[in-house]
Design a protein around this ligand. Structure first.
Ligand SMILES: *[C@@H]1O[C@H](CO)[C@@H](O)[C@H](O)[C@H]1NC(C)=O
Ligand SMILES: *[C@@H]1O[C@H](CO)[C@@H](O)[C@H](O)[C@H]1NC(C)=O
Length: 225
């Protein structure tokens, strides 16, 4: 009886809103159970590739191959260092080192990670307008080289503080929203929907938990272009 009710509720929930589980990882995760993640329902993973124009994540290839072998849709991400070089220079470094996109149905557009400076002023010493220009330089360089806009990862609080809550990217870069909570909350200006939501900084098989706002077919369409 209990099972019947639960199954009924689950069916209702999936009719209301399809979602696909996934996660993100970097060198901080030395071992990741890619196949365990897949078997539990995960279908995608974002993997740290680069930072600035000098840092390449030493675990990127291991993670990328492991994810591919497990059947996960995967893509690279770039941790922005907006004070150290131009957006174009960092986009090109990212593309050369794992962040490129191809229309093979298993590669997500690269993801630009905009978040609080881990070692200095929150906005890397840039004004809001300089930050918007830096992001624009990165995403337009990526688009003209790869044919698609990158995904953009941020939190509403960082975006508000460091871009003045710019609405300039909502119709370009699909949003990956970071918020560790049971609800996604207010989105940054410009986006009326999120594409991915990083809702917890832990994940049973390694990394952070994410969810895709859509069906598996819609996720595959993003990977296909
Ligand atoms: C994140 O996951 C952990 C482990 O499952 C859980 O204890 C915690 O409550 C979760 N946090 C949120 C914000 O959901
Ligand atoms: C999820 O995506 C659907 C379809 O694009 C959209 O209608 C909905 O508002 C989105 N949900 C959120 C919370 O962004």
């Amino acid at each position: 009886m209990k099972f019947t009710i639960l199954a009924g509720l689950a069916a209702l929930a999936s009719m209301a809103q399809a979602a696909v589980p996934g996660f993100d990882i970097s060198h901080w995760q030395s071992t990741v159970n890619y196949k365990g993640a897949y078997n539990s329902g995960a279908r995608f993973v974002m993997i740290k590739a680069t930072e600035g124009t000098t840092y390449k994540d030493p675990k990127f290839s291991t993670h990328y191959i492991g994810a591919t072998n497990a059947g996960l849709i995967r893509g690279g991400y770039h941790f922005a260092q907006p004070a150290s070089s131009s957006g174009a220079a960092q986009a090109n470094f990212f593309i050369k080192n794992g962040g490129g996109w191809s229309s093979d149905g298993i590669t997500l557009p690269g993801m630009l990670d905009m978040e609080y400076n881990p070692s200095g002023s929150a906005c890397y010493g840039l004004s809001a307008s300089a930050m918007v220009n830096w992001i624009s330089d990165f995403v337009e360089t990526y688009k003209s080289s790869q044919g698609v806009y990158p995904l953009l990862y941020t939190s509403t609080s960082w975006w508000t503080q460091c871009t003045g809550n710019s609405a300039a990217f909502g119709n370009k870069t699909p949003l990956v929203i970071a918020r560790y909570s049971s609800s996604v909350g207010t989105l940054p200006a410009g986006w009326s929907v999120y594409s991915f939501w990083q809702f917890n900084d832990s994940y049973q098989y390694g990394g952070d938990s994410q969810t895709f706002n859509g069906s598996l077919d819609q996720l595959k369409k993003i990977a296909k272009g």
